[in-house]
Design a protein around this ligand. Structure first.
Ligand code: GRF
Length: 205
């Protein structure tokens, strides 16, 4: 399967996918063919360049309207003919055109146990709420924010050491689980195929 990965930051989820492909090119069943971002100067793009991958950047502020940005992102992604688009820390909500083109084939990873704590601050919100267990969710993207059908989740305990201003440390612990979860999900979807029935994801049946 051909993967296009979208990033906005450090790209450690992207790196986990790249490492999984390197470790077992045949067995992984998928390979990253390009990496896209919504901004320049991020480690995620450096990781892609180090891996010799083509990259593209679509900045909202370079377009007159959000729809034009969505169109540019759609075209840039479509140029690599992906079987699966992986949003790995991509911090923009894709629009109607992107969803029309790739809907049902866009996987997102979120650092909280959806439907709890959706949005851009899931780790901080779980901590502030006093959750005892949080974690990460890999799901298909639909037209909502972090609302698509869930594929897999991983739990992470919030401990006494996780002080209210300690979201970054908790997020790093979540990311350790998240990277493994994402690699496993992409491998299974690529190898076994899947179908989505309402909110239920059937892998390999
Ligand atoms: C991940 O935890 C992702 O769920 C969240 O931001 C983080 C991105 O990390 N949206 P990285 O860029 O993959 O290192």
């Amino acid at each position: 399967a051909r993967l296009v990965v979208l990033v906005s930051g450090s790209g450690t989820n992207l790196q986990a996918l790249l490492d999984a492909v390197d470790a077992d090119p045949e067995g992984f069943g998928a390979r990253v063919v390009a990496v896209g971002a919504d901004r320049d100067g991020i480690a995620g793009l450096e990781r892609a360049e180090r891996a010799g991958l083509p990259t593209f950047v679509c900045k909202v502020k370079d377009h007159r309207t959000r729809e034009e940005w969505d169109h540019a992102l759609t075209e840039a992604t479509a140029a690599y003919d992906p079987d699966l688009v992986v949003s790995a820390g991509f911090m923009k909500i894709v629009g109607k055109e992107f969803l029309a083109r790739f809907g049902g084939r866009i996987v997102n990873t979120h650092p909280a146990l959806l439907p709890s704590f959706p949005g851009a601050h899931g780790v901080r919100d779980a901590l502030a709420y006093g959750a005892k267990i949080t974690g990460c969710t890999v799901h298909f993207v639909d037209d909502g924010v972090d609302t698509g059908p869930i594929i897999a989740q991983g739990a992470v305990e919030v401990t006494e050491e996780d002080t209210p201003d300690g979201a970054a440390a908790l997020h790093e612990r979540i990311k350790e689980v998240e990277r493994r979860l994402l690699v496993d999900v992409v491998r299974r979807l690529a190898w076994h195929g899947y179908r989505i029935e309402g909110r239920k994801v059937h892998v390999g049946e």
